[in-house]
Design a protein around this ligand. Structure first.
Ligand code: NAI
Ligand code: 2OP
Length: 307
């Protein structure tokens, strides 16, 4: 039986477990440091099964031994942003949490595929790689599906069309320097620049870049979790069903896009082995320059951490 562990029983972790349970992918373990929190949410979600109609077994725990032999571990443990904070402001507190969690994953689930979610995402995924010592194809981060989903949603609203017919693309770091790519975004095959004017596209791009902050400002405490959990589940599904979907994720680059030794949002083929290939898109000179700037800020954070 497939086993999925979710670390962190907060907004993203618990919503992810709800979605996974409804999909009946396998047994789930939900771990948090707060006593009673994962147990209470697991019990509630188990009881929802008799109403919604799923038989997924969900165990809440404060003991990492319960993640033993997991096939996939999803890390959502850590602090979330408050209004006015950037994702980078979380680096010190979340690095410590990430290190603790990854030591446990290395000990109890050495063969797992790890999906990092904790922010600042690209840097935390790098910490996960270094601490677990796993191969880079087994350690990657969720960000691009969320950013792409936001871009696609704004495009669909603008064109008053179904979200299902929009293909959007956002690459780069999961921060203010992410790079929505209008020429690689389309509606049923028609590239975005043929459908909307430059200024309108620029507005959608800007809103996408600040899409997370827009929600933080509205919620006033905490950050988005419905779209993030949906993005995580799309990654899990592609792994467990070996779908080999091309999804934008934070992947370890070894020369692709001219970058080496960092995690960065790029389209990648996701299957049973995790990342099975990275797709290099053609970029304009201006986009190549913007990508360099985005990667420089991630490299700066990695140097700061010195791990
Ligand atoms: P939350 O505050 O609702 O939940 C975080 C949970 O982590 C809390 O229950 C806390 O007790 C737990 N935790 C802290 N240290 C732990 C440890 N050592 N072991 C186990 N659990 C621990 O936060 P939320 O909204 O669930 O967000 C979680 C993280 O995900 C944040 O860093 C947030 O910025 C990030 N995030 C990233 C996204 C992405 O696109 N990559 C999207 C949404 C959130
Ligand atoms: C977001 O973009 C918090 O990174 C998260 O909503």
């Amino acid at each position: 039986m497939t086993k999925i562990s979710v670390i962190g029983a907060g907004n993203v972790g618990a919503t992810t477990v709800q979605r996974l349970a409804e999909m009946e992918f396998g047994n789930i373990v939900l771990v948090d440091i707060v006593e009673g929190l994962p147990q209470g949410k697991a019990l509630d979600l188990m009881q929802a099964g008799s109403i919604v109609g799923y038989d997924t077994k969900i165990k809440g725990s404060n003991d990492y031994a319960d993640i033993v032999d997991s096939d996939i571990v999803i890390i959502t443990a850590g602090a979330a942003r408050k209004p006015g904070m950037s994702r980078a402001d979380l680096i010190n507190i979340n690095t410590k949490i990430m290190k603790d969690v990854c030591e446990k994953i290395k000990q109890y689930a050495p063969k797992s595929i790890v999906i990092a979610v904790t922010n600042p995402l690209d840097v935390m995924t790098y910490v996960a790689l270094k601490v677990t010592g796993f191969e880079p194809n087994r350690v990657f981060g969720m960000s691009g599906i969320l950013d792409t989903g936001r871009f696609a949603s704004f495009i669909a609203d603008e064109l008053a069309c179904s979200k299902r017919d929009v293909e959007a693309m956002v690459i780069g770091g999961h921060g203010d320097q992410m790079l929505p790519l209008p020429q690689h975004s389309s509606v049923f095959g028609t590239p975005l620049p043929e459908l909307l004017g430059e200024n309108v596209i620029a507005g959608l791009v800007e809103r996408t870049i600040h899409g997370g902050a827009e929600i933080v400002a509205l919620l006033k405490q905490g950050s988005a979790f419905y779209a993030p959990s949906a993005a995580i589940v799309q990654m899990v599904e592609s792994i467990l069903r070996d779908e080999k979907r091309i999804l934008p994720v934070s992947a370890y680059l070894e020369g692709e896009y001219g970058q080496k030794g960092i995690y960065f949002g790029v389209p990648a083929k996701i299957g049973c082995d995790g990342i099975e290939g990275i797709i290099e898109l053609e970029l304009t000179e201006e986009q190549k320059q913007a990508l360099k700037e985005s990667s420089a800020s991630i490299k700066g954070s990695i140097e700061y951490l010195n791990i």
